[in-house]
Design a binder for this molecule. Sequence first.
Ligand code: ZN
Length: 324
Amino acid sequence: MSFKVFLLVLLVLGYTWASEYPKHVSETLKKLGDNIYGVFGVYEQVSPENRGFISNAYFVITSEGVLVIDTLSTYKLGKELVETVRKTTDKPIKLAVITHYHTDHFYGIKALKEAGAITVAHEDAYEYLSQPSSEAFLKSRQRLLGKHMEGTDLEPPHIAIDKGMTINLGGVLFEISHICKGHTKGDLLVWMPKEGILFGGDLVFDGRLPFLGSGNSKSWIRCLDKILELKPKILLPGHGKPMLTQERILDRVRWTKKYITDLRNTVRRLMEEGYDVDYVREHINEELIKVDISYAKVPVFHSVNPVNAYYVYFDIEREILEGE
Ligand SMILES: [Zn+2]
């Protein structure tokens, strides 16, 4: 390769890398409906290159003010989210609802509070914040992201709810509910009944394996049934692409249900055959591919599925002990 060609390759690669990650959250802004907007992080693990912008956040503008759903994964990204709202409307940011207390959804909360929002989450947030592991995780994230984590603290929400609440902002209804333990112990759904729009947090994705490590795999299946009962027209997830048709939503919810069910059945069978958790974790990929070969092609299947199997093993063990 000549030096000129080499320079050209560097230039092209540099351009690709530079353009791959948004420099500001607002670069990803999409209008999703009348007065409904979303910003979309990359479908990756957190890294200094992506600045932690790996999750989505949404906002709805009403005549009385703005309601935000989720706050992104650092204080700085939360500030960029606020700036994005400010570029779109002059209305005050009244509320921010956090779908669950995982760091990629709540670490930006302080920026929303500073912007004047009342923040709402499930009361599980307090349990999360009271555990020493939350402090340890914050430190490890600070080591990983360095300056991108400046200003990020462990902040509680203003309002913690147990089952649900309905908010009427400027005549627009938002039904916030905790229907069951799924992805976490405190998943909240935000449902706009008139518009048929559901903000689903991390309960359903389009094109990625769900993570089963901090909720409950059995009741997650019930969560998915309840989502189907709502018959949403649009489902806006915590990661990845929005699901904009009922066919797509049905397809993705059913797929998620099938994966969790297949995984649970396979783990249970291996347990009954006398295998321990280490064996299950090591062999679950080949066992599940025997059930449905298409799992082999799902992104992150090979790395996340064994971790899911590990947690599902203990879910089932607990169910057996408790006689569920
Ligand atoms: Zn998430």
